[in-house]
Design a protein around this ligand. Structure first.
Ligand code: 5RP
Length: 218
């Protein structure tokens, strides 16, 4: 395990202290994979999980953790997920793994969002990481032109199809000074399913893995 992966694991294990009872929301990605593996050790404490992707569902079920449809459960008390970038306000870029739409839905349906990451994910200004945008296939070129108008350079993630059957445009060269405003603007483009800015519903807690141990930012 390299240093970055060890810090992801450290943050993931620290998030276990937020797990109480009931059904919890689970995100997607390599950091969340560590969380799922750690959750398996205390699975008797929870009733199960709502998952944000096919990949996380498979991993949860592999550990014998029941996975529920979000429509079958009420509000979730906790959502744990990773991020590609976070600023100090806990506004995030997500979607490097392409699961941004389901992640945003489960985050919205949860009272508390605990974000887990290695310390490299904390940035001053969002946007160095190419911003993922999930797009309905027939709107790909139109949405790309609109994103150019906003100052970005969209790149089609060729060969990738989301769990919802859609495409991803990764938008380079954005310096996101007003994350909530840009989130609304991009979400309003016809054909956009979701943009990977999580600013209107930021994380509530950020746990960063660092060489000195887990650090919590609120
Ligand atoms: C998936 C995501 C992930 O949370 C994000 O890409 C971080 O991934 P990792 O934990 O592998 O660094 O948003 O859509």
């Amino acid at each position: 395990m390299n240093t970055q992966d060890a810090m992801k694991k450290q943050a993931a294990e620290a998030a276990l202290s937020y797990v109480e009872e009931g059904i919890i929301g689970v995100g997607t990605g390599s950091t969340v994979n560590h969380f799922i593996d750690a959750l398996a050790g205390i699975k008797g404490r929870i009733d199960g999980a709502v998952s944000s992707s096919v990949a996380s569902t498979e991993r949860l079920k592999g550990h014998g953790i029941p996975v529920y449809d979000l429509n079958a459960v009420g509000e979730l008390s906790l959502y744990v997920d990773g991020a590609d970038e976070s600023n100090a306000q806990l506004q995030l870029i997500k979607g490097g793994g392409g699961a941004l739409t389901r992640e945003k839905i489960v985050a919205a349906a949860s009272r508390q969002f605990v974000c887990i990451a290695d310390e490299s994910k904390l940035v001053r200004v969002l946007g160095a990481f190419p911003l993922p945008v999930e797009v309905i296939p027939m709107a790909r070129s139109y949405v790309a032109r609109e994103l150019v108008q906003l100052g970005g350079t969209p790149v089609w993630r060729e060969g990738f199809v989301t769990d919802n059957g859609n495409l991803i445009l990764d938008v380079q060269h954005l310096e996101i000074m007003e994350p909530a405003k840009l989130e609304q603007t991009i979400n309003n483009i016809a054909g956009v399913v979701t943009v990977g800015i999580f600013a209107l519903r930021p994380a509530d807690v950020l746990i960063l893995g660092t060489p000195g141990g887990p650090k919590t930012v609120r």
